[in-house]
Design a protein around this ligand. Structure first.
Ligand SMILES: CC(C)(COP(=O)(O)OP(=O)(O)OC[C@H]1O[C@@H](n2cnc3c(N)ncnc32)[C@H](O)[C@@H]1OP(=O)(O)O)[C@@H](O)C(=O)NCCC(=O)NCCS
Length: 177
């Protein structure tokens, strides 16, 4: 498994949300590995992913039932570079309505603090609109100031705190015809 990190100072293509793709294999493995190392998380799953990345990707493409609801995973990529992930949950369970919400995301460490999460969430909200949602709930840990800033920058309106998570609603603009 490669662990080489490639982080050019400038991306040649604007990042966009796509379904998981083998085109970013090395960058994905390196970026997620960097997060696992920094957070002390197990890395066995990365070895399995590297062994058959095509299968890893195929298992993650398209709508899937996760958290008990139809969910879609997107990767934020520019060319061969993987920047982060965003998941859209199309419905709320009672649990998700309290903490978790419709949208979850992360940017891998090598790419943080460059505005990617803010722009990635904006792109994710457009996907939510395409999926028929007109209002989405986002929640973040009360200590997660970066994520709170990402949500507020995208129009998040606070709606209290539950289970140690701040809750925000974002009303989506009508899709342009
Ligand atoms: C939260 C996260 C997605 C932010 O990603 P990012 O690409 O670094 O975010 P941005 O570059 O768009 O920065 C957003 C804002 O947070 C600020 N910020 C980012 N990292 C910060 C840090 N470590 N400390 C303080 N502020 C920080 C930025 O300066 C920016 O503020 P501004 O809008 O006032 O200028 C990323 O840190 C992450 O993946 N964390 C782990 C997973 C997670 O928390 N996901 C969200 C779950 S709700």
């Amino acid at each position: 498994m490669t662990t080489q990190l490639t982080r050019p100072s400038q991306l040649t293509e604007p990042p966009r949300l796509v379904w998981p793709t083998a085109a970013v294999r090395d960058s994905y493995l390196a970026g997620e590995r960097a997060d696992c190392v920094a957070e002390g998380r197990p890395m066995e799953w990365l070895g399995a992913a590297a062994d058959d990345f095509d299968a890893f990707v195929a298992q993650r493409r398209g709508e899937q039932i996760r958290w008990g609801v139809p969910s879609t995973l997107f990767w934020y990529v520019s060319g061969e570079h993987y920047i982060g992930s965003l998941v859209v949950r199309q419905r709320l369970t009672p649990e998700l309505a309290e903490a978790g919400g419709h949208v979850g995301y992360h940017v891998v460490r090598p790419w943080r603090r460059r505005g990617h999460a803010t722009r990635m969430l904006a792109a994710g909200l457009a996907e939510c609109r395409s999926l028929g949602l007109d209002r989405v709930l986002l929640t973040c840990d009360v200590d997660n100031e970066p994520s709170r800033r990402v949500i507020r920058a995208n129009g998040g309106v606070p709606d209290g705190r539950m289970h140690g998570e701040d809750r925000f609603w974002i009303t989506l603009e009508a899709a342009r015809s």
